[in-house]
Design a protein around this ligand. Structure first.
Ligand SMILES: Cc1cc2nc3c(=O)[nH]c(=O)nc-3n(C[C@H](O)[C@H](O)[C@H](O)COP(=O)(O)OP(=O)(O)OC[C@H]3O[C@@H](n4cnc5c(N)ncnc54)[C@H](O)[C@@H]3O)c2cc1C
Length: 470
């Protein structure tokens, strides 16, 4: 159980900077802190750092990078900030959005130049809500590659990562200043470590069913697709410390997880012109608004499932993702030469599927939006064979958390900030507004990397001041 103890007892071991969690946020924080002259110690509950970062596609949105320039993509941080706010219905603090949108490009350049991350920009399809191609990914398009590269960079930099250790308790002084932690090792041994500054990079509460039921009742019974270690410790500690917590109902859902295979099917299949129908062969909403809000839409359909229907050109776009290739290898893709044959394989009424598709073709031909408000590009006519994947909605990660300022410093409930407590990634409140609909693709790794780096820089400065005082 995570808890906070108010105590002035000294610690046998004292370090300048502790970081809880070795995902993208924790490792970016550690790299930045080390560059700034601090000696961070990262504590990670798993034997090998992976986190939700490893489960992701590893795609990070950023504006104005040299990777975009190389492909002649016009984009600016201002445009990016406007996209973030539009998707979140203006529910985010504009100051935080501005910092994040402005710093995303430099963060990508930093990882590329300083640590040799071979990013490039996906430019053969776009994600909902982004008005420019700005998703930066690594060659495998997988988060496993991202976390492996971050861990390798941290190890090469001599950063200490204590693995197999779960932080359970925070110690705070009477003034609310964080003083240290207690961790539990795999064999049950406990150890206390004092610190001058603490960064919480232990992600959100998606893996804690009680907190999900309390804060996101819509997703209480949904499949959780993130890392099981995301137990909501930052929220529990924040509540006990009197921190300000924001947007606790926000989350990244996904309406396209192949079932029963439990493999992500890229939203490219929808953005390139594919549709979703329910078990009755009928469409049920504008799928192109976003995959996050689509999770709850799909779960509301009969049997809590839907079918992604698309053609071979779209399948080829999606095949750049390892997950999609795995879904295909695992038999999740049904293929047929005609729509009728596909309907038979899907076991949905052929007449309903044919009518749904006729409606789409009619709208395409007339250049009109359909009855749900979705517009289809007339440029892409479907060519066989046809494909379908049965999918369900899932909870990927939570977006609410500790409210932070532009330096990732945790805010107090009554105003002001904690002087030596920082949060980044899923531990901090994101920039996705208050609901699943506010999640713009890439917001997860965006705040993990950008806020992680900023937290590392700012916390290193706290550590240095403490060093000078002692
Ligand atoms: C399937 C999937 C696909 C996704 N795709 C994308 C994408 O393409 N782009 C994008 O931007 N986002 C994506 N996301 C979201 C993204 O993965 C997360 O937002 C991001 O990884 C969060 O990073 P983090 O460092 O905060 O958390 P994590 O990577 O989860 O790291 C947190 C770490 O903290 C550790 N930890 C937790 N509690 C403790 C404790 N008490 N003591 C010690 N260690 C602890 C955990 O073990 C974990 O290793 C996806 C998520 C999922 C699940």
């Amino acid at each position: 159980m995570s808890s906070v103890v108010v105590s002035g007892e000294p610690f046998e071991t004292q370090v300048p900077l502790l970081i809880v969690g070795a995902g993208a946020a924790g490792l970016c924080a550690a790299l930045a802190a080390k560059e700034a002259g601090a000696e961070p110690v990262v504590i990670e509950r798993d034997a090998v750092p992976s986190g939700s970062t490893a489960l992701s596609a590893g795609l990070i949105p950023a504006a104005g990078t040299r990777f975009q320039q190389a492909k002649r993509i016009d984009d600016t941080p201002q445009l990016f900030a406007a996209d973030i706010q539009r998707k979140a219905h203006g529910e985010n603090d504009p100051a935080i959005v501005e910092v994040i949108a402005t710093q995303a490009g430099p963060t990508i350049e930093w990882l590329a130049e300083r640590y040799g991350f071979p990013f490039d920009v996906i430019d053969n399809f776009n994600y909902p809500g982004h008005s420019a191609f700005r998703m930066h990914g690594l060659p495998t398009r997988s988060g496993a590659e991202l976390i492996d590269r971050l861990r390798t960079a941290a190890e090469a930099g001599g950063i200490t990562i204590l693995t197999g250790c779960r932080v359970e308790t925070l110690f705070a002084g009477q003034d609310g200043r964080v003083r240290g932690i207690e961790l539990v090792r795999g064999d049950g041994a406990r150890e206390r470590i004092g610190c001058d500054a603490l960064i919480l990079a232990c992600n959100g509460y998606g893996g804690n069913p009680a907190l999900v039921r309390e804060l996101i009742p819509d997703m209480a019974d949904a499949l959780y697709f993130g890392h099981p270690g995301n137990q909501g410790d930052a929220v529990e500690w924040g509540r006990a410390l009197g921190a300000s917590l924001e947007h606790l109902g926000a989350y990244q859902g996904h309406g396209s997880v192949a079932t029963p295979h439990n493999i992500l099917v890229s939203w490219a299949v929808i953005m390139e012109g594919g549709i979703q129908v329910n078990a009755e062969g009928r469409r049920f909403c504008d799928e192109s608004r976003g995959y996050s809000e689509q999770a709850a839409e799909v779960l509301r359909q009969p049997g809590g499932i839907a079918w992604n229907v698309f053609d071979d050109r779209i399948a080829n776009v999606a095949r750049q993702f390892e997950d999609f290739r795995n879904a295909e290898k695992g038999g999740a893709l049904l293929s047929a030469a005609s729509l009728d044959e596909l309907a038979a394989r899907m076991r949905v009424p052929a007449s309903a599927l044919a009518e749904a598709w006729r409606d789409v073709e009619r709208c395409k031909a007339r250049g009109l939006a359909d009855r749900f408000g979705r517009s289809f590009s007339a440029a892409h006519n479907f060519v066989g064979p046809w494909h379908a994947v049965k999918v369900t909605g899932a909870l990927f990660h939570t977006q609410g958390g500790l409210a932070v300022d532009a330096s990732a410093r945790v805010r107090r409930r009554g105003g002001g900030v904690f002087p030596n407590l920082f949060a980044a990634g899923g531990a901090a409140a994101g920039v996705s507004g208050q609901t699943a609909a506010g999640y713009l693709s890439g917001n997860g790794l965006l705040t993990a990397t950008v806020l992680g780096r900023r937290a590392g820089q700012a916390a290193a400065a706290v550590g240095k001041v403490a060093e000078l005082r002692s």
